[in-house]
Each structure stands twice: as structure tokens, then as C-alpha cells.
Design a protein around this ligand. Sequence first.
Ligand SMILES: NC(=O)c1ccc[n+]([C@@H]2O[C@H](COP(=O)([O-])OP(=O)(O)OC[C@H]3O[C@@H](n4cnc5c(N)ncnc54)[C@H](O)[C@@H]3O)[C@@H](O)[C@H]2O)c1
Length: 271
Amino acid sequence: MSRLEGKVAFITGAARGQGRSHAVRLASEGAHVVISDICGPVDHNMIKPSSSEDLDKTLQAIADAAPGSKVISRQVDVRDADALIQLADDAVAELGGIDIVVANAGILNWAEVSDYTTEMFTAVIDVNLTGVFNTVRATVPHMIEAGRGGSVILISSAAGIKGQPFTLGYTAAKHGVVGICRGLANELGEHRIRVNSIHPSGVETAMGDAQGLMEIIMKHAETMGPLFMNSLPTLMADPSDISNAVAFLASDEAAMITGLQMKIDMGTTNR
Ligand SMILES: NC(=O)c1ccc[n+]([C@@H]2O[C@H](COP(=O)([O-])OP(=O)(O)OC[C@H]3O[C@@H](n4cnc5c(N)ncnc54)[C@H](O)[C@@H]3O)[C@@H](O)[C@H]2O)c1
């Protein structure tokens, strides 16, 4: 496969999980990749932190799957706009441009509203919404200047479409990502830069294993249960299921698609 031969892909949150899967897949299809991750804890994130060893494993997985792919790997917090701008500038200097952006980094926290604090809310907005803006802000000016089009892919969630309870900051941030997607798709169309969002439901990663959230949902199963049901008889997707969509949207096969909210959710948002 070489749908992405010679392209450069910029992927945040790539130390593990879906971000790693996307990086390996895009490299396997011919892209050079710029991978970054905070590789450490974020206050009020209830998912266990990734590490620099995790990011090294992504590096190794890319080398194994796509030995010809050039890689830039760096520890960067998406809340740090200047560090992201520096990484994008370095990517352009070393790899000749940026064609594909995958804004994937994210955190999750949960509580019933009476226990959900302003600090929890702000923390998840800072990473999952402002972090997406920072990623776009660092990369898109280079894409406009290069004048060769491109594909920006924003990782939202089923919680960006439906009213996922007990995760109010997350649900608000993921809906906000749709706003960035739709506004930016209109703004960048004239540059042939496409902007789409992806909406997974449960995916088998560290974040997908949110046992505490499941416990709260089960407490309210009578009213909340159907909200979380899928149409397909599958509970959780594999990260590669999401990478299939990322690779498609990154490729010229999706040349006529922009402003799309692509649901990879086993039908749950159709309920
Ligand atoms: N797993 C699911 O069920 C699911 C469902 C829908 C959407 N998503 C979304 O998919 C994306 C990837 O999540 P995942 O499932 O691979 O979970 P994950 O926890 O394995 O991966 C998230 C990665 O983001 C990184 N990250 C967190 N805060 C960061 C920051 N401030 N700066 C840079 N990196 C940071 C983490 O270190 C981690 O490596 C997230 O945006 C998440 O919200 C996940």
C-alpha cells in the first residue's frame, strides 16, 4: 500500500492506543510521521498516564512496519502552543512540509454532576478542545503556505454527537471539536485542505478501559443503559478500525470529503 507516499503526517497523542495505531498505519502507507505525546500525567485525567517508553515503542513499531519512513518523535504537551509550533516548524524544515494532521491526544474524567468540579471540567477542555485548536494552529499555516492541499483529521468521539452523561467536560470538548471541524472546513476549502472529524465509541485502549465510568453508568442502568448500546453485536472497536478511517480520510480517495462527522461507533449514535 502506498496511498500516502511522500506525505508527512503530524499525529498527537501517539505514545500508545489509537495514536500509535494511526502512526504505524500512515507510515505503512508511505507517509513520514511526526509523533508526539505528553508521556506523563495530566491533572484530573483519570486514565493512567503514558510514558516515554511508550513513545519509544511507537517509534520501534513504525521502524518494524515501515523501515523507509522518516520519523520525528518528541515529548510535547498539546496545551503548550509554543512547543507545538516549534515541532511543526521543525517538521517542515526536516521533512519538507505537513500534509496530514491527526489531532488525537486526549484525556477523560468522570463523576456525577454534584461531584464534577470546575477543575475537572477545565482540565479536559484544555487538552481535548484547546489542545486540538493548538494542533491546528501550529500546523495549518504551513499547509496553507505550501499550497498543496492536505487533510486535517480531528479525533472527537461518540460523545461529540450524543449526550454522554457523567463526563461533562469530555462531552462538551468533543462537541466543541465538531465546531472547529465545521468552521475550519469552510475556512480551508479554498486551499484544498479538507477537515473532518472521527467519532469512535468504545475502543480497546487505556481510555476505553474506564471501569469507574462503567460503574456509575451501571448504577443508572435503567435509564442510561440504552444510551450505550450498539446496533452491531460488538462492544469495543480495535484501534485499527479507527486507523482504517484515518488512512482513508488522509488519502486522495477522500478528496471530495470535507466537514464530515465520520462515526465509527457500531451504531450507538444512531440510537
Ligand atoms: N478509547 C475510547 O473508547 C475512545 C472513544 C472515543 C474517542 N476516543 C478518543 O481517541 C483519542 C485517543 O485515545 P485512546 O483511546 O488512544 O486513549 P489513550 O489514553 O491510550 O491515548 C491518549 C494519548 O493522549 C496522550 N495525551 C493526553 N494528554 C495529552 C497532552 N496534554 N498532550 C499530549 N498528549 C496527551 C496520552 O499520553 C495518551 O498517550 C482521544 O482523543 C480520545 O478522547 C477514545
